[in-house]
Design a protein around this ligand. Structure first.
Ligand SMILES: [Cu+2]
Length: 206
């Protein structure tokens, strides 16, 4: 059985424990607020969970004739699966002749030509043609880096230097591969192929 002094000591002890608890709770609360502010709390991140960023597909197409292209550009440059014997392909010479005449081959194409996407959408550009292309953002549409395919249009600054220019080389898409474009700001974005400059896409980001 405790005397009155012992009871008081117990009370003192309890009150100290309570103070400690209060301090601990305040400390935890402060840490929690700091964590929320700094974005370390998973609950805040989890809001986007289950909502994967949307993807918009662009396809690069061409109908290069492997025989005539590879005779000029080297073996395996054109790896088109199209059927030349049925007239589905375009020869290297014809591609240049058509471009020079101002009637570039419509088989060289990005599809679709116009895209309307929400901000945060990833563009996935897949080369389903037989030769490499670039998907290069330009301020204004214009000529690429191969004069003979430009139909007299001047090379746009973004294509200047061709693949010697790392900025251009980075936008190259090899046959069967894909390039992803992310973080597009709101507004209009123009993309063209720096090799075949009539391959053009306008992307509207909302
Ligand atoms: Cu191209």
């Amino acid at each position: 059985m405790k005397n009155s002094r012992g009871q008081r000591q117990d009370r003192d002890q309890n009150s100290k424990e309570n103070q400690m608890k209060t301090v601990t709770i305040r400390l935890l609360a402060t840490l929690f607020i700091a964590a929320v502010t700094l974005g370390f709390v998973p609950a805040a991140v989890a809001q986007n969970k289950g909502k994967p960023a949307s993807v918009a597909q662009v396809v690069a197409l061409d109908e290069c004739d492997p025989f005539s292209f590879n005779l000029v550009l080297g073996p395996d440059f054109c790896k088109n699966v199209s059927i030349g014997i049925l007239g589905y392909t375009t020869t290297f010479q014809d591609l240049f002749a058509q471009a020079a005449a101002g009637t570039p081959d419509p088989g060289w194409d990005f599809e679709p030509d116009v895209l309307n996407v929400k901000q945060g959408t990833t563009l996935s550009v897949v080369d389903q043609g037989g030769e490499p292309h670039t998907f290069t953002e330009v301020a204004k549409f214009g000529g690429g880096f191969i004069d003979g395919l430009n139909a007299g249009e001047a090379t746009v600054p973004e294509c200047a230097g061709g693949f010697k220019n790392v900025a251009v080389a980075k936008t190259r898409i090899i046959q069967g591969s894909q390039l992803q474009v992310t973080d597009l700001s709101k507004g209009e974005h123009l993309f063209e192929c720096c090799i075949h400059p009539w391959m053009r896409v306008k992307v509207e980001v909302k």
